[in-house]
Design a protein. Structure first.
Length: 164
């Protein structure tokens, strides 16, 4: 199978330990693969080119069944348009995977300043550094919504506006 982009292999984009453990097919449709290529080319590759070293991906594609199993949002960008019918996809980026001298905060700020995106999320972590960075690209609707993911008192994830 062809790569998703210059620095993301097909295997990297579709691999999910949860899918493997639960025997859930996470093979993208042709439309999902095309959507995955959009976020890779418009968001990940510019970041990778700027940094010049490998940058880890903690989550990319989640077919709808896998997303339901993980209790993800019904409109998650990780479903690469499967649940919304839109030309969109999301990727979670984590500098800690390779520990190459860049922080998730640096990734977050660079993406905010240099690429078009529909949604950029500071995922958990603390005030100084997110645990990982979520970025979603959507054709024709990149309004640069910036959010922070936190755990609410009820234990559920909540997304609040994030001011830089």
């Amino acid at each position: 199978m062809e790569n998703i982009s210059d620095h993301i292999t097909y295997a990297e984009g579709v691999k999910s330990q949860d899918a493997i453990r639960n025997n859930i097919d996470n093979t993208p449709t042709p439309k999902q693969l095309a959507n995955m290529k959009l976020v890779a080319v418009h968001c990940f590759e510019p970041l990778r080119k700027w940094y010049g070293k490998p940058i880890g991906i903690s989550s990319f594609l989640r077919r709808v069944l896998l997303n339901k199993h993980l209790r993800g949002s019904a409109t998650s960008g990780h479903c690469a348009g499967e649940s919304t019918g839109k030309e969109e996809a999301a990727i979670d980026i984590d500098a800690d995977i390779f520990n190459n001298g860049i922080t998730n905060k640096e990734i977050f700020l660079w993406l905010y300043e240099h690429v078009e995106f529909n949604e950029l999320i500071w995922e958990f972590g603390d005030e100084n550094n997110p645990a990982w960075v979520h970025v979603m690209y959507r054709v024709g609707d990149n309004n640069k919504e910036v959010l922070r993911a936190i755990k609410g008192a009820d234990g559920k994830t909540k997304y609040i506006p994030f001011d830089l």
